[in-house]
Design a protein around this ligand. Structure first.
Ligand SMILES: Cc1cc2nc3c(=O)[nH]c(=O)nc-3n(C[C@H](O)[C@H](O)[C@H](O)COP(=O)(O)OP(=O)(O)OC[C@H]3O[C@@H](n4cnc5c(N)ncnc54)[C@H](O)[C@@H]3O)c2cc1C
Ligand code: SF4
Length: 441
């Protein structure tokens, strides 16, 4: 049977491993370790903050190793998950299809979204669980003509305790994350090596013959017939560039800014995060208790239950880079204009809730939806294979997205990864290996 290496176990990598295993003997290489949710009671970070010991978001890894925070050279806080499940384990579980940009270049993922609809438990029926603050906010959004929509969530309703800790890792396992796809691939025979950081793709005569990776202090080379990079929007471009394959300076990240105010017993931190959202031109608005700001931002006073916070998530301009040397990313003047408009809308919502402008405070500008550094174009619509890649090297993560979604991207990345996987199977698996898993092919 032919062999394939998949790098990364997040949204794209896990979907890819599941798609390929059976037709290929799949080896999955993951930089992080097995994911564990943050087990700490909130009182511990609160105490550390009061003592002045939490002052830099990058310290989050000391409390919660699966969450990695970096800063762009311009100071933007950038978040990702490192470990099995990638960033999906620290996601809020939002499940939206956002493939307008892909459709515009001729990529139709209807079949893959339909498959995901069968594989992932998704439901927007959680309004009966919302607390009073969320309900009141929903009414204000409606009064203002903002057309709020309950957010479809990837989670098992029956075991969700509505604890509000989705971004800290679900303690009950109710939230779906990509470890479920990874598990399916492993059950089917795929192998996984964790704590294995891929550094570069090994190329010979214009083809990928494997990858070089560090396991602890040891460098190892793994060979395969096909290599798929799914190390995420921050990880994949670094591997490509270290392998001599240039990317584009088109990094997007979907920056998030929370606008908050004091509100007794808001209890948003114990309610379903991002329970509903409003789609606007260039951004979305959604209620969201921002743990990162609460832990590290001095403007967020102790007493999580007494903060009312709204998230602005921007669809930012494709401008920025990530490389071995670090990340260059700042808001462009256009991004700042859109953000200012969104802040005004949030101020109006908070005012209608009874919070004065003088009481409002901001969260820390942060972002966690990186991608766009080797985007698909109309020319790649059939192959889903950017032309500058060797023919047996593929990508399966947000790096391929042609534009910032300004919206939760997990489902769209997985649909894309599935399609790339089907193309790899069609073009690189031997007919014998296909007949076992896919009778009729
Ligand atoms: C706090 C937060 C909440 C979010 N909530 C949502 C949400 O509700 N819904 C939604 O759709 N999206 C959400 N997102 C975004 C979403 O989780 C990511 O955009 C998505 O997981 C990206 O998928 P990916 O496959 O591109 O990368 P990732 O999921 O980040 O996976 C990349 C994987 O590659 C591994 N890796 C990195 N470098 C290497 C290397 N060199 N060698 C080996 N392995 C490597 C990483 O450890 C990781 O496992 C959220 C993001 C954040 C930060
Ligand atoms: S609200 Fe709590 S139990 Fe429900 S999915 Fe999120 S973390 Fe899991």
């Amino acid at each position: 049977m032919p062999t394939a290496i998949v790098v990364g176990t997040g949204a794209g990598g896990a979907a890819m491993a599941k798609e390929l295993q059976g037709a290929f003997d799949v080896l999955v290489l993951e930089a992080g370790r097995e994911f564990r949710p943050l087990a700490l009671d909130l009182r511990i970070p609160e105490r550390l903050k009061k003592l002045g010991l939490l002052f830099d978001e990058r310290q989050i890894r000391l409390l919660f190793p699966a969450m990695k925070v970096q800063q762009s050279r311009q100071g933007m806080v950038l978040v990702r998950g490192i470990g099995t499940g990638g960033t999906t384990t620290i996601a809020t579980g939002n499940a939206l299809r956002r493939d307008r940009g892909l459709k515009a270049i001729g990529i139709d993922l209807d079949a893959e979204f339909a498959e995901l609809g069968r594989e992932v438990p998704i439901s927007a029926a959680h309004q009966n669980l919302w607390n009073d603050t969320t309900r009141r906010l929903f009414s204000v959004f409606e009064e203002m003509g903002l057309a709020p929509q309950p957010m479809p969530k990837m989670r098992r309703r029956e075991s969700c305790r509505n604890c509000g800790r989705c971004v800290l890792g679900c303690p009950s396992g109710a939230k779906w994350d990509s470890r479920e796809s990874l598990r399916a691939a492993l059950d089917d025979g795929a192998r996984l090596i964790t704590n294995c950081r891929v550094r570069e793709v090994v190329l010979e005569n214009g083809r990928a013959v494997g990858v070089a990776a560090d396991i602890g202090a040891r460098r190892r080379v793994f060979n395969a017939d096909v290599v798929v990079l799914a190390a995420g929007g921050f990880g994949t471009p670094v591997i490509l560039q270290s392998s001599g394959i240039a990317c584009e300076p088109g990094l997007f990240v979907d920056p998030v800014l929370c606008v908050a105010g004091p509100w007794n017993d808001a209890l948003q931190h114990r309610d379903i995060p991002m329970p509903f959202a409003t789609q606007r031109e260039g951004y979305i608005l959604s209620p969201y208790f921002d743990y990162l700001s609460y832990f590290f931002n001095r403007r967020w006073a102790p007493g999580a239950g007494n903060i009312l916070s709204l998230m602005i998530k921007l669809a930012d301009t494709r401008s920025g880079t990530v490389s071995e040397r670090g990340i260059e990313k700042a808001l462009t003047p256009e991004d700042t204009r859109t953000l200012t408009e969104a802040v005004d809308v949030c101020a109006d919502i908070l005012r209608r809730m009874g919070i004065g402008k003088g009481e409002m405070f901001f969260g820390t500008l942060n972002a966690g939806h990186p991608g766009g550094m080797l985007p698909l174009t109309g020319e790649d619509a059939k192959t889903l294979h950017p032309r500058r890649l060797p023919e047996n090297l593929f990508l399966a993560d947000a790096t391929l997205l042609p534009e910032s979604l300004g919206n939760p991207p997990i489902l769209t990345i997985m649909a894309l990864a599935k399609r790339v996987g089907k193309i790899i199977r069609r073009d690189f698996a031997s007919p014998d290996s296909l007949s076992g898993k896919y009778p009729g092919l």
